[in-house]
Design a protein around this ligand. Structure first.
Ligand code: FAD
Ligand code: FES
Length: 263
């Protein structure tokens, strides 16, 4: 169940370029959190910016009652978040939304992350590894600096494949090209994805063609975060609209509308 909780900031540091990580002591959120869920954060001091901003849970230490978020500075809210200092309070609502289900009987899964979209997949990888699942991980970014926390990923991934659009690390190109190539000779039990909408839409088409099931966490601009304002609606493959904050952010890949030129 979602709670409103104010917790002490333990650390808030720049990882590389526009990418930051914040760690916060939030025992109630930590104990309830599941991979793929998100928290809605009051980023500024006082009431500006008025609306909270959503961030996926990157890592959760339930025993210590701590959560970690990885965020990319985009505009007013994320810039305000960088100004927060250790020892200050962070006002958080969460955990919110439906996370990634780990169905019983799965043995090997693929995690596909695009940019800062890798955030919820690390929490998922830790939980999956603790349940004895093998994770092959595919991460993509525009440039090498965007391939965050590679040392942590190496600790949980049976196989780690990297792609950058400018070729500064790993395969040159987008991560979905890499997945498509590997998919020709291998087939996971399921694909779990988070990244830009275009990436999830392309994966939905590829997974359907390969007969592989899976889940994608979708992004949308959010206001309330709890299903009240209807502002985060996303169109699914069957033409229906769902709220990313309440019905997602995780949806079955089969539900995700394919690329405009896809099947
Ligand atoms: C469920 C969910 C989980 C998320 N998890 C993370 C995370 O773990 N790490 C992270 O860095 N970001 C995450 N985001 C995106 C993050 O919430 C936005 O980048 C943030 O709200 C931008 O706030 P801002 O005030 O800095 O930017 P604004 O000033 O509001 O906007 C700046 C620019 O960013 C674009 N933008 C803003 N919000 C979004 C969005 N939701 N999707 C796409 N473009 C957007 C705007 O169109 C604009 O061009 C998540 C979003 C959702 C819905
Ligand atoms: S953000 Fe208000 S309904 Fe989803």
């Amino acid at each position: 169940m979602a709670t409103l909780e104010k917790g002490e900031i333990i650390a808030n540091r720049c990882l590389a370029g526009p990418y930051w990580e914040i760690a916060v002591r939030l025992p109630q959120v930590a104990v309830a959190a599941r991979p793929g869920q998100f928290v809605h954060v009051r980023c500024g001091a006082g009431l500006w910016p008025l609306l909270r901003r959503p961030f996926s849970l990157f890592a959760v230490d339930r025993e210590a009652g701590e959560i970690r978020l990885v965020y990319q500075v985009k505009g007013t809210g994320t810039l305000a978040l960088t100004k927060k200092q250790p020892g200050e309070e962070l006002d958080v609502m969460g955990p919110l939304g439906l996370g990634f289900p780990l169905e019983p009987g799965l043995r090997k899964i693929w995690l596909v992350g695009g940019g800062v979209g890798m955030a919820p997949l690390y929490f998922l990888a830790r939980e999956a590894a603790a349940s004895g699942l093998t994770c092959d991980v595919f991460l993509g970014a525009v440039t090498a600096a965007g391939l965050l926390h590679q040392e942590l990923w190496r600790g949980v991934a049976a196989r780690l494949e990297l792609a950058t659009e400018d070729g500064t690390a790993g395969h040159k190109g987008v991560v979905t090209d890499l997945v498509e190539t590997v998919l020709r000779g291998n087939r996971p039990a399921a694909i779990y994805a988070c990244g830009p909408l275009g990436m999830s839409r392309r994966l939905a088409v590829m997974a359907a063609a390969a007969g592989v099931t899976g889940y994608a966490s979708l992004e949308s601009r959010m206001a309330c975060g709890v299903g009240a304002c209807q502002g985060c609606a996303v169109r699914l493959k069957d033409g229906s609209y769902r709220l990313v904050c309440r019905d997602g952010p995780v949806f079955r890949l089969e539900e995700v509308e394919g690329e405009p030129d896809g099947p």
